[in-house]
Each structure stands twice: as structure tokens, then as C-alpha cells.
Design a protein around this ligand. Structure first.
Ligand code: CAA
Length: 257
């Protein structure tokens, strides 16, 4: 891996992926995204991993897709390179992913953070879709995910002007889960991951899938999907253990089966 660093057991059951192109502010070139995809596919199958954290460095989560790699491409070259099929595979990760964001999360960087399931932000974080300033528009889901996350008016403003959102504003508009001082954002992401990692991985996976379905469908279909996954948890040992532990007033021991 040239552009990312993977730690399989940052804490028990918690894996960490660090984007590692610091000189380019973690600009997301094709190889970097392929490395992230490959790492996620391995971690998704690793029974010792229940939650994945993705982070950059203090200065940048990621400052966008790699502009230098795209600048001279024709529309047909972009179509044939098909860089976003990698993103589609990343989106299929079954385990929960927390983005721990400090500094710039711009363009593809903001889209990548939004592709994750939750975002913990340092108070220095800056979010935005500045593609309009370089004569293009978001291509990795920004117009869709930002609009669903923060609503049409604000999303339209950010995407049409290229303005940035501060961490505080991002929290106000519901884009991020929590904002903490710079020294604390990794700690906070790990605490959130630990809380989820104690729970039934089977139920967590089915819950993530059902929440994501709310994005993709109308209410009737979403409710039916949720119900199916709810019933499916009753096929797991974890559901029996969780409910039995509640009845017996003890802590549940979830095994992921
Ligand atoms: N692609 C390639 N290289 C990038 C980059 C990007 N998205 N963002 C930063 N870099 C590089 C810079 O070119 C510079 O490299 P050199 O030292 O070789 O010149 C290095 O990273 C440091 O950047 P700056 O000197 O510009 O740092 P700064 O602190 O002055 O500014 C910044 C920081 C405001 C983030 C500025 O770098 C910037 O505006 N970056 C581009 C942001 C952007 O437009 N992102 C959207 C990209 S398009 C996209 O993402 C499409 C999509 O939807 C998938």
C-alpha cells in the first residue's frame, strides 16, 4: 500500500485506515481509492474487525479528487477510466465506517467523508464542494449526499458558490455527528467505534443496511426492508444472547453469529 496505512487492531475490533499523501493534502488519486477499496474488502471479511475508522491527518482529511490527474482528460477518457466504480464498491462495505476528519474535507474529500456512515470532526475541519471554482461539479455523490444531509437550500449555496462550511456549521446542519477540539477527534472516533464494537455485529450490519435503504427508496419499501432485517436478527445467536442477558440483568456477550 503506497498511499494508505492500515492498522487492523487499533483497538480490539477496531481497524484504522489512514490516508497518507500528505504533500498533496491527501488528494484522492485513482490508486489511493483502489487501495482503500481493497483494504475495506479485506477488513469487511475479518472477524476480528467490527468497526472501521478512516482518517487523514490534522491538516487534511482529503482536499478532493486529484485535479492534476484529471486536468487534461477528455470526457470519454474520464468515462473509460470509470474511477467512481471503485467508490461504488466502497459504498458496499457492510461494517460501519466512521470518518475522523480534521482540516480540509473538500470536493471528493467531502464526498468520501459522506460515503462513510458517521463523521467525527475536529474544530478545524472545513467541508465543501468547491468543484464549481474549477469549472466542474461534484462527481462522487456530492450533489446527492450533501443535499440529503443538510437540505436543499444550504447544499445549493455550497455547490453553486464553492463556499466552505466550518465544523460548527457542519454540525449545526447535521452533516457531522460531533465536533471536538483538534487533539480529541481521533479519541472521540475511537470512543464511538468502541461503543458500536461491543454490540452484535450481525444486528449492526443489518441496521446499517436498513438506514442506508432510507436514502434509496420510498417509505413503504424502506419500512418493509427494515422489517425484514428486524426479523432476520431473530435468526442470530446474538439476538438470543442480547435479550436473554437483558432478562437476566447481565451484560451481553456478542459473538457475531
Ligand atoms: N488535487 C491535486 N493536488 C492537490 C489538491 C487536489 N484536489 N488539493 C491540493 N493539492 C496539492 C496542491 O497542488 C499543492 O501541491 P504542490 O505543493 O505540488 O503545489 C499541495 O497539495 C498543497 O496545496 P496548496 O499549496 O494549494 O495548499 P493551501 O493550504 O494553500 O490550500 C486548499 C489548500 C484550499 C485545499 C487548496 O489546495 C485547494 O483549493 N485544493 C483544491 C480543492 C478542490 O478544488 N477540490 C475539488 C477537486 S475536484 C473533485 O473532487 C471532483 C469530484 O467530485 C470527485
Amino acid at each position: 500500500m503506497e498511499f494508505i496505512k492500515v492498522t487492523e487492531q487499533k483497538e480490539p475490533f477496531i481497524a484504522l485506515i489512514e490516508l497518507n499523501r500528505p504533500k498533496e493534502l491527501n488528494a484522492l488519486n485513482k490508486q489511493l481509492m483502489e487501495e482503500v477499496r481493497d483494504a475495506l474488502q479485506v477488513l469487511d471479511k475479518n472477524e476480528k474487525v467490527r468497526v472501521i475508522i478512516i482518517t487523514g491527518n490534522e491538516q487534511a482529511f482529503a482536499a478532493g479528487a486529484d485535479i492534476k490527474q484529471m486536468a487534461d482528460k477528455s470526457a470519454i477518457e474520464m468515462l473509460l477510466v470509470d474511477q467512481f466504480s471503485t467508490w461504488d464498491q466502497i459504498r458496499k462495505t457492510k461494517k460501519p465506517i466512521i470518518a475522523a476528519v480534521s482540516g480540509f474535507a473538500l470536493g471528493g474529500g467531502c464526498e468520501f467523508a459522506m460515503t462513510c456512515d458517521m463523521i467525527i470532526a475536529s474544530e478545524t475541519a472545513k467541508f465543501g464542494q468547491p468543484e464549481i471554482k474549477i469549472g466542474t461539479i461534484p462527481g462522487a455523490g456530492g450533489t446527492q449526499r450533501l443535499t440529503r444531509a443538510i437540505g436543499k437550500a444550504k447544499s445549493m449555496e455550497l455547490i453553486l458558490t464553492g463556499r466552505f462550511l466550518s465544523a460548527e456549521e457542519a454540525h449545526f446542519y447535521g452533516l457531522v455527528n460531533k465536533v471536538v477540539p483538534k487533539e480529541m477527534y481521533m479519541h472521540e472516533a475511537i470512543e464511538l467505534a468502541k461503543e458500536i464494537a461491543q454490540l452484535s455485529p450481525v444486528a449492526v450490519q443489518l441496521a446499517k443496511e436498513a438506514v442506508n435503504r432510507s436514502y434509496e427508496t420510498h417509505l413503504d419499501e424502506g419500512l418493509a426492508f427494515e422489517r425484514k432485517n428486524f426479523y432476520l436478527t431473530f435468526a442470530s445467536e446474538d439476538q438470543k444472547e442480547g435479550m436473554q442477558a437483558f432478562v437476566e440483568k447481565r451484560k451481553a456477550d456478542f459473538k457475531g453469529r
